[in-house]
Design a binder for this molecule. Structure first.
Ligand code: K7E
Ligand code: CUA
Length: 637
């Protein structure tokens, strides 16, 4: 996200940066060190799943240590786990080699994490991925989603994982492929809210329905629970509907229209046949189907929109106003029922601001995202003020209402421009509380100098007391946006793929079943891998052959992972215990190509190697092109 730089200057000029500095006494340092210290051999208490932004990955760290433990490749190849080298992961990636991961969402049952899946969105290529927490692997990538451009306002999961809800950051002429001049933006361009249906048993996603919207830039959102069950909310910027010089033209209005969506009503409208099809998706026009979409004006160019654990309070962070705005869902409902509107936009009712806003909390400059501890407190990240602000949710006393500054309880300096923050379990009905992680932008030179490519940072803040306490700081790959925190004790991931569960038809478990077969120019090799050899350790083929190699790691022992790197052929499988992986290549040049285990597995790991022998084609008409015919005959004999 982007903030107008002049505002930064104003902030400095009027000196509003009044966040509390942390003590640096020896006692404080020792206490902080102990709070985040996880002794060798001991384990962290929570998983931190944080988005890797344009790296296309998800990172897993432990809390409280903040140690990076694992990378889950999602939208980009990752040679460390062989992702993008084998046929299955290549199929998942499709034609793309990157994605832009922003908002991970753990699956929920009854507004609590159920430990099954982690969903993440791809802002760039309009996709959603599902990671299975049984094996911490990406199992599905859905998309590009039809009629959806810039899948940033996602992946927001409903309280029983019925849907992943998404809203578009960009608008284009729809359906995709239609061309109109950006000068005709207001008339020709549209945005979209999508309901991605999640299969309750398998987690398999498919596009359910979509709601056509005006061409605002939808931003962050969240889903309802409790009293707001069945609803979802998004902020927006650019209700000006500008299409150029956005920094200026999209920041003209004092308030932007946020979306209040009744997704249950959308689902019903589709079932009742009120949708029309576009690109094979049922589309609801909310101007023609009343009750699906409402607008609420919120100041100013808001960013985050976060529902509290009770489901009653919805907080929007106004990037360009020094306050968060608190909506009361009960009064939102009343305003809808009593038609307390202040007009409409293209037939969509605008709820009257005064009727639905409980108050504006003067948190400071650049409020972005808000999280909750389940004890009645809210925590907002401040991009410009570089701090986290703790404040009190309503109900407020008369005295507090008279002077809203009294609802602001504590500020802790982060030194960085904080983007997202996460409180453990904030988006469930029972947050774990205890820890808050600030995810910061702009490195501020607080790390050892690593040249111009600077890392991002995370900070761990203890929120158990009245005053927040920052206890640790760490650095991460670009670029965390949001994160989810899950208690380690709530899941039991597998450490090997059990042999009896193997469904791969090309898996072999006995080295006697291993071997190389040929049919025409189709050569199929089935290999086993076990410490410390491949069987067979020789594959013979010819230029022009289509070679398919299946490697089964027949180990059933933790961390006995083998790799299969093939020299000069751009192949690196990494095969977990009990797993089978496959690659295809067209053999284009003769030679002897060693293959070897790329993942250190035993004292004789280095000896785990073999040869692909590719002889020159015996014919000059080898199919498939690219043969080095000149070298053929000499290589043959
Ligand atoms: Cu959630 Cu970075 Cu995509 Cu805010 S965005 S900071
Ligand atoms: Cu197998 Cu190294």
């Amino acid at each position: 996200m982007k903030i107008i730089s002049t505002l930064t200057l104003i902030a400095l000029a009027i000196g509003l940066t009044t966040c509390r500095k942390q003590g640096t006494s020896a006692g404080d340092r020792t206490a902080n060190a102990l709070a985040s210290y996880v002794a060798p051999g001991e384990k962290d208490e929570y998983y931190l799943f944080y988005s890797g932004g344009h790296s296309g990955q998800v990172f897993v760290a432990g809390i409280p240590s903040l140690r990076h433990i694992s990378t889950i490749p999602v939208f980009a190849p990752y040679p460390g786990t062989g992702y993008g080298s084998d046929e299955e992961s290549k199929k998942l990636l499709g034609d793309f080699t990157w994605g832009d991961v922003h908002h991970p969402a753990l699956s929920q049952t009854n507004s609590k994490y159920d430990g099954r899946w982690l969903f993440v969105n791809d802002n760039a290529n309009n996709r959603i991925a599902r990671i299975d927490l049984r094996d911490f692997k990406t199992h599905q990538i859905l998309g590009p989603i039809p009629n959806s451009i810039g899948n940033h306002g996602s992946s927001f999961i409903t309280e029983n994982s019925e849907y992943i809800l998404c809203a578009t950051r960009f608008s284009v002429p729809l359906p995709k492929g239609r061309v109109a001049d950006p000068k005709d933006y207001e008339k020709e361009f549209n945005g979209m809210v999508s309901g991605i249906k999640v299969d309750p048993q398998t987690g398999e996603m498919k596009v359910g329905w979509q709601i056509l919207t005006p061409p605002f830039d939808w931003d962050l959102g969240s889903t309802g629970k409790g009293p707001s069950s069945g609803w979802a909310f998004w902020t927006s910027y650019n209700t000006e509907m500008a299409h150029d010089v956005m920094e200026v033209n999209s920041t003209q209005k004092d308030r932007d229209l946020c979306a209040v969506v009744n997704w249950r009503a959308a689902e019903k409208a589709v079932a009742d046949g009120k949708a029309t099809m576009m690109d094979n998706v049922p589309i609801i026009d909310p101007a023609k189907v009343p009750g699906v979409l409402y607008f609420v004006p919120i100041g100013k160019s808001p960013h985050g929109m976060d529902v509290d654990p009770t489901g009653k309070w919805i907080v929007a962070g106004g990037k360009l106003q020094p306050a968060t705005t608190v909506l009361n869902f009960e009064t939102v409902q009343a305003a809808i029922n009593n038609k307390t509107f202040e007009g409409d936009f293209r037939g969509i009712p605008i709820l009257k601001y005064e009727a639905v806003v409980e108050g504006e909390v003067p948190v400071g400059l650049g409020p972005l995202h808000t999280q909750y501890d389940g004890k009645g407190f809210a925590y907002t990240s401040m991009f410009i003020d570089s701090c986290i602000v703790k404040w009190k949710l309503p109900p407020w006393t008369d005295e507090e209402k008279k002077d809203m500054n009294k609802t602001v309880l504590d500020k802790v300096q982060t030194h960085f421009s904080t983007g997202h923050l996460v409180v453990a379990g904030s988006d469930t009905k029972n947050p774990y509380g205890k820890w808050l992680v600030a995810m910061n932008k702009l490195s501020a030179g607080r790390h050892i100098n690593v040249g111009p490519s600077q890392p991002e940072s995370s900070q761990l803040i203890d929120i158990t007391g009245d005053k927040m306490k920052m206890v640790a700081e760490s650095y991460t790959e670009p670029e965390p946006h949001f994160a989810q925190i899950l208690k380690v004790s709530e899941i039991q991931p597998i450490e090997v793929y059990p042999k009896e569960e193997s469904k791969d038809p090309n898996a072999i478990w006995d080295k006697d079943a291993a071997g190389v077969t040929r049919a025409g120019n189709q050569v199929v090799a089935k290999l086993t891998a076990i410490r410390s050899r491949f069987t067979p350790d020789r594959i013979d083929a010819q230029v022009g052959d289509d070679l398919t190699v299946h490697v089964t790691n027949i180990e059933q022992t933790r961390d006995m992972i083998h790799g299969f790197g093939l020299i000069e052929q751009n192949i690196n499988l990494v095969i977990d215990p009990g797993e089978t992986k496959t690659f295809h290549i067209k053999l284009k040049k003769p030679g002897v190509f060693p293959f070897y285990c790329t993942n250190f597995c035993s004292a004789l790991h280095q000896e785990m190697q073999g040869y692909l022998v590719v002889r020159g084609s015996t014919t000059t008409t080898a199919s498939g092109g690219g043969t080095t015919a000149g070298a053929s005959s000499s290589a043959e004999k």
